[in-house]
Unconditional design. Structure first.
Length: 208
């Protein structure tokens, strides 16, 4: 955890922030795949029920980790964003990701409450249906849930591409500050050269 007495922003994310970040990434990947592939073994079978209940439980875990992450964010200093438009875009992207994560989990819970179902967390405890939402359309809630989940996938795609671009092309420390144990990821010269060549070709082709 960063020293609360120091006023300077830290150079890297601390251990809790890194754990929360990669835990959300893994959980969201698993929850998304379970949601999309729930019918692979046919409709109504044991596999579908297992995938759905695991989807709900891991989805609740995403919600809990996001809340912990936001508490960390409010009480600790994060590394600074870059100056200018690029830094502003990164900051906006992070805010959009937090909003989409909260919206996806909340809408998923509302879909279940709409049906009057309590949500079980691996049989350990249940989140009861707290409000009667029978006046809302299940179809609309589910479409909004899926829309937000797909939004996460798209924004994360851009976010991950930006992180890799920083690492391989700009060759700065942005990706390293979210990597555990200060591990130094190799930077392939070949990838850097390939991207640099593509950039030059694009620049020559465009009448700018
Ligand atoms: C970030 C976390 C989540 C992601 C990325 C996610 C993603 C998805 C996706 C991609 C689908 C498939 C949509 C479709 O085929 O129409 C889906 C379905 C669904 N999700 Fe989620 N979801 C999340 C969390 C939750 C939570 C917390 C709940 C409720 C506890 C939930 C409840 C549902 C329900 C009820 C469905 C419809 C299928 C079914 O009845 O199982 N989701 N979700
Ligand atoms: C579901 C997947 C992911 C989600 C939801 C996510 C979300 C976020 C959020 C919200 C932040 C801002 C942290 C903060 O300051 O509060 C962040 C930072 C970061 N993420 Fe991700 N991320 C995901 C996947 C990835 C992947 C795959 C990579 C790398 C390829 C990555 C690399 C980074 C880096 C390097 C930062 C620090 C950026 C900076 O210091 O400006 N993330 N991520």
């Amino acid at each position: 955890m960063s020293d609360p007495r120091s006023t300077a922003a830290p150079a890297r994310y601390d251990a809790p922030a890194i754990v929360f970040h990669w835990l959300t990434a893994i959980l969201i990947g698993a929850v998304y795949v379970l949601g999309q592939l729930r019918f692979v073994g046919g409709r109504g079978g044991a596999l579908m029920h297992w995938m759905e209940s695991t989807h709900y439980a891991l989805g609740l875990a995403v919600g809990a980790v996001v809340v912990l992450r936001l508490v960390w964010r409010a009480t600790n200093k994060a590394p600074e964003h870059e100056q200018g438009l690029v830094g502003l875009a990164a900051y906006a992207g992070h805010i959009v990701l937090y909003v989409l994560m909260i919206a996806t989990v909340a809408l998923g819970i509302l879909v279940q409450w709409r049906g009057g179902h309590a949500i079980s967390f691996f049989g350990l405890f249940q989140v009861p249906a707290l409000i009667n939402l029978s006046f809302l359309s299940r179809h609309t809630l589910l479409s909004m849930h899926e829309f937000a989940a797909n939004g996460i996938v798209i924004v994360v795609g851009l976010h991950a591409a930006a992180a890799l671009l920083h690492h391989y092309v700009l060759r700065d420390e942005i990706l390293h500050r979210m990597i555990p144990f200060n591990l130094q990821l190799p930077r392939s010269r070949r990838v850097t050269q390939w991207v640099e060549q593509a950039r030059r070709m694009l620049r020559d082709a465009l009448p700018l």
